[in-house]
Design a protein around this ligand. Structure first.
Ligand code: PEP
Ligand code: MN
Length: 346
């Protein structure tokens, strides 16, 4: 990482970028408020050939010791990334409430849920059209029809859409409606899919694999970031432990620890961790108070009738009250819900 002097000129920055290119590495320029830093990404051998001693505008160089480079806190000097997702900010002081059904089932179920969560002040709408199911005999999602319903929900409520892509062959169709592509826990280490989503430039929410370490999660993010896509959110959604009293173990320690490791926003999914509706609120409050940058939760107008994840989806009519409690918990950590879209140019 090359740290430029305060007040370094654009020409000086360009000259360093040229030099980085010339040794076969890739330059990644980050313009902070006070300083510009340039990440030189490539083989250690290439980077070692960079001799920038005495180059105009260059202050000093810092080797990034972590295997994840672009995801590392070192590259932003500890500053947090704030994403702008279709006008909604996520990260820093901005808390995202992503809510919606597990899967898109019908027009009524989708639009009813979208209307209720939007009315309560949710930041984005979630819903799967392509579902990763443990059993190949289980409902696999409505596919293209589901995408069409998501587009209708977006048109009616204005909420940005978060939806999963499992197969790069569906990416083009999903990109027509998605404001955020969700990479599911089971695909966290599908590196070709990650790179493809990276190249699409669409913001990504990457869920932590069932048995993945935080470093592995950050390496997954690195695959997206490396393609020049800087809009990545990480999602803790419970990991597998020996405990069987509930579905997964929600690793809340991941929130402060990821914040030591990375500048990327950290979202928590208590629904999939718990597998039980009654655990979603307490875990949401704990995550928000612990400094999560947002939550992603499942909401259904009539959860008992849901095709998928019936036991864990919040009852839509109870969502406004739930969100009021989440707001208060987020405030404890100094964050406010990013409800209103940011006016363009703001
Ligand atoms: C989901 O969010 O719909 C989902 C399937 O989650 P996960 O990939 O975390 O299991
Ligand atoms: Mn689900």
């Amino acid at each position: 990482m090359i740290v430029m002097k305060p007040g370094a000129t654009q020409e000086e920055v360009d000259a360093v970028v040229e030099r980085v290119d010339a040794v076969g590495a890739r330059a990644h320029v980050i313009c902070g408020e006070e300083l510009t830093v340039i990440g030189a990404i490539g083989d250690a051998e290439h980077v070692a050939r960079l001799n920038l001693e005495g180059t105009p505008g260059v202050d000093h160089m810092v080797p990034i010791s972590k295997p994840y480079k672009l995801a590392s806190n070192q590259i932003t000097h500890g500053a947090r990334t704030v994403l702008d997702i279709a006008g909604r900010r996520v990260g820093g002081d901005h808390f995202a409430m992503i809510a919606g059904p597990c899967t898109i089932e019908s027009r009524e179920q989708t639009l009813d849920t979208a209307r209720i969560v939007a009315g309560a002040g949710a930041t984005m709408f979630r819903g799967g059209a392509y579902k990763p199911r443990t059993s190949p005999y289980a409902f696999q999602g409505l596919g293209q029809e589901g995408l069409r319903l998501l587009a209708e929900a977006k048109a009616q409520t204005g909420l940005p859409i978060v939806t999963e892509v499992m197969d790069a062959r569906d990416l083009e169709a999903v990109l027509e409606v998605a404001d955020v592509i969700q990479i599911g826990a089971r695909n966290m280490q599908n590196y070709t899919l990650l790179a493809e989503v990276g190249r699409s430039g669409c913001p990504a929410l990457i869920k932590r694999g069932l048995s993945s370490t935080l470093e592995e999660l950050l390496m997954a993010a690195e695959y997206v970031l490396k393609e020049g896509n800087e809009s990545v959110m990480l999602c803790e959604r419970g990991i597998r432990t020996f405990e069987t009293a509930y579905r997964f173990t929600l690793d809340l320690m991941a929130i402060p620890v990821l914040k030591e490791m990375t500048h990327l926003p950290v979202i928590v999914d208590p629904s999939h961790a718990a597998g039980r509706r009654d655990l979603v609120a307490p875990m949401s409050l704990a995550a928000a108070a612990a400094g999560a940058d947002g939550l992603i939760v499942e909401v259904h107008p009539d959860p008992d009738e849901a095709i998928c994840d019936a036991a864990q989806q919040l009852v839509a009519d109870e969502f406004p009250e739930y969100l009021d409690r989440v707001r208060a918990a987020a405030a404890v950590a100094g964050k406010a819900l990013s409800e209103e879209p940011v006016a363009s140019g703001a």
